[in-house]
Design a binder for this molecule. Structure first.
Ligand code: SF4
Length: 378
């Protein structure tokens, strides 16, 4: 389906239903693939993990330091705010030296988006609703077209057009979806197809509903998932897992950002765990399973599991690791684990694929586990 046909259908209110477009495939496979730097979004590519820098864009070395740390943790695309014309030159230096594709996050001033596109942005993120007139939005579209980069249209429940905000006949999710549809129609009418969409709310059910609507109404557009202002590590992880996880499990969503009031490294940890739980992603992440412990457990299993999780965070290969509290149920309950430990009284039986290899003292459990993990990774 071409951009012109889709734009005409949208204008006529003749929105293609998902069923018409799905032929033995999932929604994710139906989206049109766009490239962010070299990273593919959509078209059946595994969901891509993103985060946003917390460092000042004008501090180039600090930004590059944070990008490198995020890349090591498994981040695939990084976004940073371009707030004023003073940010443009450092933004260009960051793009030039970043190991990850860099997305420019721009609000209000279209000239910043144009400047970022000219200085090496791999993608622009704008909310056309706050960029201003159609002429200004068109200037951004033209700059992105010239640079050969995609644009994310980021609709947010808190910054809808006044006319939509006041519509009492629409639910918040419907307002966001309608806003996004209108912007997409305009972009397509300008011949610009490299679009990614997001429609975020801090309300989880509204977020889920908005993305379901978008996936049905604009099945060809890759979706950037997120629950905005999700909260602290504890609350934000749960809200994101429910919101983003529900959608990903339905096949909806091509990239995700877990928004946490925390170090962005935590966002990557949560995003990767979320993808691993759904067995999605680039198949480059380990899964840790650990028992909840009970009175049979005679070691500090909570401490052991926490350290194993920490040390696994830099492993970029698929591997299932089990940390179990007792030998009664441990290897049996975790028999599909590649490597694991089932603990006894101050000891740990190291096992692989359900078979016990040897037993060590509690103090040697973690190192022994990682010796076997390294063998499994070889
Ligand atoms: Fe309890 Fe053992 Fe099960 Fe852990 S594996 S919950 S210690 S029975």
């Amino acid at each position: 389906m071409t951009a012109g046909v889709i734009a005409a259908m949208l204008r006529a209110g003749n929105v293609p239903e998902r069923q018409e477009c799905v032929v033995m495939t999932t929604p994710r496979e139906n989206t049109r693939q766009v490239l962010v730097g070299g990273v593919p979004l959509g078209g059946g590519a595994p969901p891509v993990v993103q985060s946003m820098l917390t460092t000042s864009t004008q501090n180039v070395s600090l930004c590059l330091e944070q990008i490198t740390a995020l890349e090591t943790a498994g981040c695939q695309i990084i976004r940073l705010a371009v707030e004023s014309s003073r940010d443009l030159e450092p933004f260009g230096s960051i793009c030039k030296n970043s190991p990850l594709p860099v997305v420019a996050d721009v609000h209000f001033d279209y000239r910043l988006a144009v400047g970022a596109a000219e200085r090496g942005a791999a993608k622009l993120r704008i909310n056309p609703g706050n960029i201003g007139s159609r002429d200004k939005v068109r200037a951004v579209i033209e700059a992105a077209g010239e640079a050969g980069i995609p644009i994310r249209i980021g609709v947010n429940s808190g910054s809808l057009e006044p006319e939509l905000k006041e519509r009492a006949d629409l639910r918040p999710a419907e307002k966001m979806a309608l806003s996004a549809e209108r912007f997409v129609e305009y972009f397509l009418s300008q011949g610009f197809e490299d679009i990614v969409l997001s429609a975020k709310a801090s309300d989880v059910p509204a977020t889920i509903e908005a993305y379901r609507l978008l996936s049905r109404k604009l099945p060809q557009i890759p979706l950037h998932l997120g629950v905005t202002e999700a909260g602290t590590i504890w609350q934000g992880s749960i809200r994101s897992a429910v919101g983003i996880g529900t959608l990903l499990a339905e096949g909806i969503g091509d990239t995700l950002r877990v928004s946490l009031t925390a170090d962005p490294l935590e966002e990557i940890r949560v995003a990767r765990a979320l993808l691993a739980a759904l067995e999605l992603g680039a198949a480059d992440q380990p899964t840790l399973i650990s028992c909840p412990t009970c009175s049979r457990c005679k070691v500090d299993l909570i401490g052991i599991a926490a350290e194993v999780e920490q040390r696994l965070s830099i492993v970029k290969q698929p591997l299932k690791v089990a940390v179990m509290g007792c030998v009664v149920n441990g290897p049996g309950e975790a028999e599909d684990a590649d490597v694991g430990v089932a603990c006894g009284k101050g000891t740990g039986a190291i096992f692989a694929k359900g078979k016990v290899l040897y037993t060590v003292q509690e103090s040697e459990i973690i190192d022994s586990l990682f010796t076997e993990i390294n063998h499994a990774l070889d």
